[in-house]
Ligand binder design. Sequence first.
Ligand code: SAM
Ligand code: SF4
Length: 328
Amino acid sequence: MNTVDYLRISLLDRCNFRCTYCVPEGTTLPYVLPTHLLTAAELLLLLDEVFAPLGLTCFRLTGGEPLLRPDVVEIVRAIAQRPYTRDLAMTTNGFFLAEKAKALYEAGLRRINISLDSLQPEVFDQIIGNRGRSRWQQVWQGIQVAHQLGFDPLKINVVIIPGVNDTEVLDLAALTLEQNWHVRFIEFMPIGNQDLFVDRGWVSSESLRQQIRDRWGLVDSTVQGNGPADVFQIPGAKGTLGFISQMSECFCDRCNRVRLSADGWLRPCLLNETGQIDLKMALREGVPLTDLRHQVQTLLHMKPEINFKARASGTSGSYSRTMSQIGG
Ligand code: SAM
Ligand code: SF4
């Protein structure tokens, strides 16, 4: 069983996109009130006094859309400067990246994942639920700016939905041929928009790999990350191809992460709400930090059992929160 050393931190549950696979169509999500969000000071106190002492020293900032948070650059700077921080990354939809990438880089961020499900602006806009002026160009521009600044690794996250963007697998994989980018295909999960999942189904990583293998060949990458992705490479390509196969494979035994929601709930497993702790409420009620540390330590010990219970109950159950609310 892996050591849990990786904390995914949701900075905000709101998002400026409504990706069809993430947010159920026609629903109004109950956003966390600003006063119920974990403040930057509360977050840093938890990192200093609870998480880092327990060995959680790799962090990913996510959301909702993390770049909507006004103090995102200050949060990045503070975490990057902590002596215990071994790794700091961000997952973003990239819409504000062209504007914010430089400040983020200067604040110490180096690793970035940008979601881009299509290279065709119309398909992209359809996926993100945009009916106005196309937003594809702005996201693409953000990726270029991040690349020029030297973000490394620069990863592109893709969710393939049958009948929507499944004809673009090779075009998206081809982004790794000339650039040192890492394209990661994430299997569509029935979290958030379960109607779309039932309607369209999902595509397995292996069937994506087969398409790529048939076109160029595929070899194991020499660079394997510390996360759940299986990493491959098109022979001779500059970048890599990662496959996150939580639907077709069980990687609970490799899971090294827990999640902190924007309103301060610590969640041990993406698929299971058992055992969550409301850290923000505990902080605001003055629970001693040593007690909180003890509670979190107990939760980390329970995590393997929680993971496997979620897996055993099947991944097609129903989830009360979307990925944007959990902090995907
Ligand atoms: N807004 C940011 C973004 O889109 O990159 C960060 C949050 S988003 C919830 C994080 C990741 O979760 C994205 O890469 C997105 O593609 C993925 N995601 C969201 N809903 C998903 C689903 N139902 N199945 C698989 N991946 C999903
Ligand atoms: Fe899309 Fe990310 Fe926003 Fe979800 S949180 S709607 S995946 S941009």
